[in-house]
Design a protein around this ligand. Structure first.
Ligand code: COA
Length: 112
């Protein structure tokens, strides 16, 4: 998608801070791909799938200084999080030259 659509694709899927993070790293495409996997994993944890009112950039994956990924949820996805009572979203990402994978765990008041 990046080779075919370039910035059109990147700007539709990733926030400016995500783009900065990935482009500042040597294996830029791997980091973009891991983020794609993480965004899908978060969406699965929400249980909604892609639907009207949620955009790729609503789910933003940034990193703490030590590298740990953190999820920021905006826009339409934020409304879903609030409706479901989710208070914490954790994500884990791995990637190599050929594959990327991620899983996300949503927890909230229903767990207690
Ligand atoms: C965390 C660690 C196990 C990741 O393993 P890896 O073989 O390098 O790479 P993987 O493909 O499995 O994982 C990469 C992803 O791990 C995640 N990650 C990095 N540091 C992490 C941490 N401290 N905790 C949880 N996840 C972390 C990131 O999401 C990263 O992908 P991204 O940079 O695109 O967001 C490894 O980097 C490590 O042990 N680091 C030690 C701490 C360190 O070196 N810190 C350097 C910065 S101070």
């Amino acid at each position: 998608m990046i080779e075919r659509h370039g910035d059109l694709f990147i700007n539709r899927v990733y926030t400016p801070d995500e783009i900065r993070y990935c482009r500042n790293r040597k294996q830029t495409t791997e980091h973009f791909t891991g983020r794609w996997a993480a965004k899908e994993a978060v969406l699965k944890a929400l249980g909604t799938g892609w639907r009207r009112g949620i955009s790729w950039r609503d789910i933003e994956i940034l990193n703490e200084p030590g590298g740990r990924p953190v999820v920021n949820i905006h826009g339409g996805a934020r409304l879903v999080v609030e409706q479901l009572g989710i208070t914490r979203m954790q994500v884990s990402i791995s990637h190599c030259r050929t594959h990327a994978t991620a899983f996300a765990v949503a927890t909230g008041s229903d767990e207690e």
